[in-house]
Design a protein around this ligand. Structure first.
Ligand SMILES: Cc1ncc(COP(=O)(O)O)c(C=O)c1O
Length: 382
């Protein structure tokens, strides 16, 4: 098995040294500082291992269930603490999918399942979310894509990159489709908690015995660098298989990630942190919505959740050429082109990151780049 690079990661690799002066593509809330946790950290903490469980700190697993609304539906042993949602997705895919199995996923969507599925030698079936439907996922199309050979369905909810949210009834329908096929259903919830016009959707681990919820402290809490996330599933064999695979890669979690995440998810910390993240996220998204409305060169479906959305370049120009031009002098502003999601005429706009990303400055530069393009002859073959 060889994992091949995806266009999204290729673009990030190509541009890491670009030193942009502003960003309009930041996908997570403003990050706390280490000092914010000092008062609750124990200086005598041994830095070898958590000394308690290969599944992760019990207190942290308890917080994970509570924040996901799974208290009483799942037990602490149904939770495995992982190196981000990315590792949780990886462990689930690698232990469940064999060459020749079918995997159903969505586009636009988080590309990890497709990258791993192809590397394993699975047959990928990709259900299209359409802009004219507000990026909704068509349940009939999903049902058509699922066969008796479907081993796993992978979705993100809220969806990265469109911010579309599947509601409780839709998730139940999808679970019923998965159940009929005997398929596993992974729902990646990294953006949960940042819903703007409706409630948080229920976590699939509580809806379906083969439902796997993945998530992390990366997005709403801005703690991506802790590399701390989780997998929740009521099937004890899956959790054990994930522990076994992890034992043969990174073995155990990093203790600082577990300890700080445990502090961050304590109810008395989580509630105010989420309130701040939601207030800042909503204000920035409102600002971005007004910006898009004012730009003749852009249109979009406002994201219903999360901090990112896809905007169409209305003159049909190619998004990667546009993103590279925006990153270069004189604009020096970063965003992710839609080519990262097989959407070549869209750009991914994001409003996370707090003051450091200089959102206003980035929007002004983006507006200039769009306007300059509108008055320039098309010379770049787009
Ligand atoms: C949908 C989705 N899943 C997983 C990840 C990886 O997140 P983590 O930092 O939790 O590994 C991301 C990060 O962008 C994401 O958007």
């Amino acid at each position: 098995m060889k994992v091949k690079i995806h266009t999204l990661f290729q673009y990030l690799l190509d541009t890491t040294e670009a030193e942009p002066e502003a960003i309009v593509g930041f996908s997570l809330s403003r990050s706390p500082r280490l000092g914010d946790f000092m008062d609750d950290l124990d200086p005598d903490l041994p830095l070898d291992w958590n000394q308690q469980s290969f599944r992760g700190l019990p207190a942290l697993r308890g917080h994970v269930l509570r924040q996901a609304g799974l208290d009483g539906l799942c037990a602490p042993d149904d939770v495995l603490i992982t190196a981000g949602a990315a590792e949780a997705n990886y462990l689930a895919m690698m232990q469940l999918v064999q060459p020749g199995d079918e995997v159903v996923t969505e586009t636009p969507g988080w590309p990890q399942a497709e990258v791993l599925g192809r590397a394993i030698g699975a047959t990928m079936r990709v259900v299209e979310r359409r802009e004219e439907d507000g990026w909704a996922l068509s349940i009939p199309a999903l049902a058509d894509a699922v066969t008796e050979r479907t081993k796993l369905i992978f979705l993100s909810n809220p969806n990265n990159p469109t911010g579309h949210v599947l509601g409780a009834d839709e998730l139940r329908e999808i679970a019923a489709i998965a159940r009929r096929a005997g398929a596993w259903l992974v729902v990646d919830e990294v953006y949960a908690g940042l819903e703007w016009d409706g409630p948080r959707a229920p976590s699939v681990a509580g809806l379906y015995e083969r439902g796997i919820t993945t998530g992390s402290v990366s997005k709403a809490l801005g703690l991506q660098g802790l590399r701390t996330g989780w997998m929740i599933c009521r099937d004890p064999d899956l959790i054990m298989d994930a522990v076994i695979l992890r034992e043969n890669s990174s073995e155990i979690m990093n203790i600082m990630g577990e300890v700080i995440a445990e502090i961050a998810l304590r109810p008395d910390r989580l509630a105010p942190a989420m309130e701040t993240a939601r207030a800042e996220g909503r204000a920035n998204l409102d600002r971005l919505d007004r910006f898009v409305a004012d730009q003749p060169g852009l249109s979009w479906v406002r994201p219903r959740a999360g901090l990112i959305g896809l905007a169409r370049l209305t003159d049909g120009q190619h998004s990667e050429a546009f993103a590279r031009r925006l990153l270069a002098d004189p604009y020096r502003t970063f965003l992710l082109p839609g080519t990262a999601y097989a959407q070549p005429n869209h750009i991914r706009l994001g409003v996370g990151g707090g003051e450091e990303v200089k959102l206003e400055e980035g929007l002004a530069r983006l507006a200039r780049c769009l306007a300059d393009r509108a008055f320039a002859p098309a010379t770049d073959g787009e």
